[in-house]
Design a protein. Structure first.
Length: 51
């Protein structure tokens, strides 16, 4: 078992969840890379814009 487990957001809304967030996907991916996150779980709601 790793002594320093990685943090992964399991509920992250992007700009495609208009009522919940304004963060753009390239910005959140860049931040995740900078923070050495191995993955993100985008869980946008109520729209098919990102599909």
């Amino acid at each position: 078992m790793p002594t320093n487990p990685a943090f992964i957001h399991l509920r992250l809304h992007s700009e495609y969840s208009i009522l919940d967030s304004t963060i753009r996907i390239p910005e959140v991916v860049a931040k995740a890379v900078a923070d050495q996150m191995p993955a993100l779980a985008l869980t946008d709601l109520s729209n098919f814009f990102g599909l």
